[in-house]
Design a binder for this molecule. Structure first.
Ligand SMILES: [Zn+2]
Length: 291
């Protein structure tokens, strides 16, 4: 069985001091690309989707697709809701077989964020599902959450310690200079702050906006307790730039497969590179044929 909770996957990542990629999903070809890259690199990963992604794909289609991915996977994986903001979204994803959920209450005040996150922990833990929550506000736009420039706030280490104790969450998404929507090498991480949070907090840390980080930053964050890095922008960019190139180079092409195939391949190559940068290549602990 390759489907696991994110807590199980992070436990292994903690032992090996690497980070697993959390890949966001936009369409069939992107989901296929995630599995191809993870199988090729023998890397554990989280198959993720946001509520916005689910509105595009449709939950019944996504859930069916995810079942196929679990069957076809030769590596451990979690099925994760990224940036859930309501109890309805959380319960719906759990009912459709997700093994991990994020409740994003980062737009709320501290106490309201604690109350919402704790409620989700009660619901999810009752059925063996892991919970990620966020403290601090990450600049940029992802799914239904948008933080404009000047509204972002860094995660405070002492508040983070209290937040984790009071909510009982399994992993904490932090804001330490990471940004949603940036390209590789554009984000500047406050490593001192990350280290202070890592010391104060007993659970694995999650970094959103991973596409904006270069190889050197990714190497450092996994020495500081980051066990998952979310990848969205790099996927969108690889896919859409390939589509644009195909359409420009072949203006008379009308077969969707002739433009979607190369786009899927471009995402596979991008994700293989990400997996290696996170130190996740070759970390699958399922033997050949065990899936
Ligand atoms: Zn995010």
């Amino acid at each position: 069985m390759s489907l696991m909770t994110s807590a199980e996957i992070y436990r292994h990542a903690e032992e090996g001091r690497y980070a697993v990629p959390g890949f966001d999903s936009y369409c069939l070809e992107v989901v296929q690309a995630q599995l191809r890259a993870a199988n090729a690199e023998a890397a554990p990963f989280l198959l993720q989707v946001t509520p916005k992604g689910l509105r595009h794909i449709g939950m019944p289609y996504f859930a069916a697709l995810a079942r196929v991915v679990v069957e076809e996977s030769r590596v451990p994986l979690g099925l994760h809701l990224d940036h859930g903001t309501t109890l309805e979204e959380i319960v719906s994803s759990i009912r459709h077989g997700f093994s991990s959920v994020m409740i994003d209450g980062s737009m709320l005040g501290f106490e309201a964020n604690v109350a919402l996150s704790r409620k989700v922990v009660e619901i999810a833990h009752a059925v063996g599902v892991s919970v990620e929550a966020e403290l601090g506000r990450v600049l940029g736009k992802e799914s239904d959450v948008e933080v404009r420039s000047g509204e972002e706030t860094m995660t405070d280490p002492q508040a983070a310690e209290r937040f984790v104790l009071e909510t009982g969450i399994d992993s904490l998404a932090v804001s330490v200079g990471n940004v949603h929507g940036f390209r590789r090498g554009q984000a500047a991480i406050d490593f001192q702050r990350l280290e202070a949070i890592h010391r104060a907090v007993p659970v694995p840390l999650v970094l959103h906006g991973g596409s904006g980080l270069g190889a050197e930053a990714l190497e450092r964050v996994r020495q500081l307790g980051v066990r998952k890095v979310n990848i969205g922008t790099a996927i969108k960019r690889a896919f859409t730039e390939s589509l644009r190139r195909s359409c420009r180079d072949n203006p008379t092409e009308i077969d969707p497969r002739r433009v979607l195939g190369p786009a899927r391949e471009a995402v596979v190559e991008e994700l293989k590179a990400v997996i290696r940068m996170l130190g996740a290549a070759g970390r699958s602990w399922l033997g050949a044929g065990a899936a």
